[in-house]
Design a protein around this ligand. Structure first.
Ligand SMILES: [Zn+2]
Length: 191
């Protein structure tokens, strides 16, 4: 690994942006296009492709083979499992590729959310903070904060604590004791 201050970028990786925060690691054979923001303390694995304009916030972890296209915004501490793919427009045709910018639909992933391995995230949706999209899911709609969804198409399966445990009772996590209340956008932590 070539080390530049606290940034570790494998020499086989193609980096076209200079907007990468300190203490971030990028593995072999990845391609980061221009005008991509990558925050501090991020991990980007082997063979990832990050397209122009994508925003990746501090503390985010992308496993190997993750593809993220223009229009995607990842908040802090998002986890994306291996081979997960984000889609950015709805009606792909070979003869109209690449799409016009107005055809690209934005996807936002909230703080602390987790996207399981091999998931496909369709565009134009919001994944709430600390939500969990289970491995192998096809996500076709927005997900509320702390909501667990999985399947094809992904459906509601329960609620997740900030610590990662499933919540059997939103009033008390069996693992960490955190307590939540239900609001329109999902669960809200009791401070
Ligand atoms: Zn907990």
């Amino acid at each position: 690994m070539e080390e530049t201050s606290t940034l570790q970028i494998h020499p086989s990786t193609i980096i076209e942006t200079d907007d990468i925060g300190e203490n971030t690691t990028i593995g072999p054979f990845s391609h980061i296009e221009k005008n991509v923001h990558i925050g501090r303390n991020c991990f980007i694995g082997e063979g990832c492709h990050i397209q122009e304009g994508v925003h990746i916030s501090d503390g985010t972890h992308l496993e190997n083979g993750v593809y993220i296209w223009r229009g995607v915004y990842l908040s802090e501490d998002v986890f994306v499992g291996p081979q997960a793919v984000f889609i950015n427009y709805r009606n792909p045709r070979a003869y109209s590729h690449p799409p016009r910018r107005e055809e690209i639909l934005q996807t936002k992933v909230g703080r602390g959310a987790s996207i399981g391995a091999n998931s496909t995230i369709l565009c134009g949706h919001i994944i709430g903070a600390y939500a969990v999209v289970g491995a192998g899911s096809t996500l076709t709609h927005s997900v509320r904060a702390h909501e667990i969804v999985y399947g094809n198409p992904a459906r509601h399966q329960g609620w997740a604590c900030e610590c990662g445990e499933a919540l059997y009772d939103i009033r008390e996590c069996v693992e960490c004791g955190r307590s939540y209340e239900m609001i329109d956008t999902g669960l809200r932590l009791h401070e």
